[in-house]
Write a protein that binds this ligand. Structure first.
Ligand code: ZN
Length: 352
């Protein structure tokens, strides 16, 4: 039997300046005085005078590079580093964008589950309950703060640990933390939310729950990227976009963009934009609107990236796309393989 999709919302503390409460939230999970909390934090904050941790005690801090998206080997390395310290760990914290949050999620799972991280990439493969985890987004759009996936790259593929155990237990949503994000990153990450909502609302898995959240996320994205919206609104859009895919799925854009990230190293948001630009035949209502957003933010997307691609790389991208059965089923129905054939996928990639 397929696992029951029981909607789970983490505890959410929303407040401007809410980061001040982090040590209290960590305290909720720390039972003994000798227990530690492992904090993963975007390396951007290293060496700045922004003190996000206050005077929190018993923490082990790792600054996470966001240069490349997290690999399963990185998670295995952190797990080893943590285990070797032989300390009792009470909770995990992730402070940053999608990358740092995904690292925190994966670590919370891998500290209680044996073997290598890449064995858990897929749907519902995690057996043991993870350590409690707190998410503090400092970039909005990925929805990683509320999603049931932990997106990782392994030598063979980019795929999420899709599991209820990927979900955070506690979130701190503090819109002031978005102050430091530069406009281009803001755009690409925000578009991830826009595309989640488009794929959700256009797919066959949609139910009323998902629809309501997708509509609200789209409204907020339009306000933010075509008119003028606040960071607090962008933060809510990201969360609603994430909620929307809990009962639906992503779609064609995500199925293709993982291949682009894997082979060319583009970050998720940017890879999505590169792909979405060519999907007008599937999302005719939304791609023109997306192009207006590109124009308004004066973004010129990377072009001709597949011009000199090797046959091997192209094959591996096509194979990776075909692994995304659920998103493609959601977008195109049961006979998706007849619609999005290998040839069609190749053709789309070669346009990019
Ligand atoms: Zn996404």
């Amino acid at each position: 039997m397929a696992p029951i999709k029981n909607f789970i919302s983490p505890k959410i503390y929303f407040n401007k300046g809410g980061i001040d409460q982090l040590s209290n939230f960590i305290g909720n999970y720390r039972v003994g005085k000798d227990e530690y909390c492992v904090v993963f934090i975007d390396e951007f904050f290293e060496g700045t005078d922004i003190n996000l941790l206050g005077d929190t005690e018993n923490i082990i801090t790792y600054y996470v590079s966001t240069e490349i998206e997290p690999e399963t080997a990185l998670i295995d390395m952190y797990v080893e580093k943590i285990k070797i310290q032989d300390k009792k760990i009470s909770c995990i914290v992730g402070i940053g964008g999608g990358i740092v949050m995904d690292v925190a999620k994966a670590i919370s799972i891998m500290l209680t589950n044996d073997g290598e991280t890449e064995n858990y990439q897929g749907w519902d493969l995690v057996a043991n309950k993870p350590l409690p985890k707190i998410g503090v987004p400092t970039i909005s759009g990925t929805g990683s703060e509320v999603s049931r996936t932990t997106v990782l790259t392994s030598p063979k593929k980019k795929q999420g640990i899709n599991s209820v155990y990927s979900m955070f237990d506690q979130l701190i949503l503090d819109p002031t933390l978005l102050n430091t994000v530069d406009p281009i990153q803001r755009f690409y990450t925000g578009m991830d939310c826009y595309i989640h909502s488009v794929e959700s609302i256009s797919g066959s898995y949609l139910n009323e729950f998902s629809k309501q959240y997708a509509e609200k996320a789209l409204e907020l994205c339009r306000k933010y990227f075509l008119d003028s919206g606040s960071d607090a609104e962008l933060m809510m859009a990201s969360m609603f976009g994430g909620y929307s895919i809990v009962y639906s799925e992503v779609g064609i854009c995500h199925a293709l963009s993982y291949g682009i990230s894997h082979v060319f190293g583009y970050h998720h948001g940017e890879a999505n934009c590169i792909v979405f630009n060519y999907l007008e035949e599937y999302y005719p209502e939304y791609v023109p609107e997306f192009k207006n957003m590109l124009k308004r933010y004066d973004i010129s997307l990377p072009k001709d990236i597949t011009k000199d691609i090797s046959e091997d790389d192209l094959e591996s991208m096509v194979n990776m796309t075909l692994l995304m059965e659920k998103p493609l089923n959601n977008a195109l129905g049961d006979n998706w393989r007849d619609i999005l054939t290998r040839e069609k996928i190749r053709e789309l990639y070669l346009k990019m």
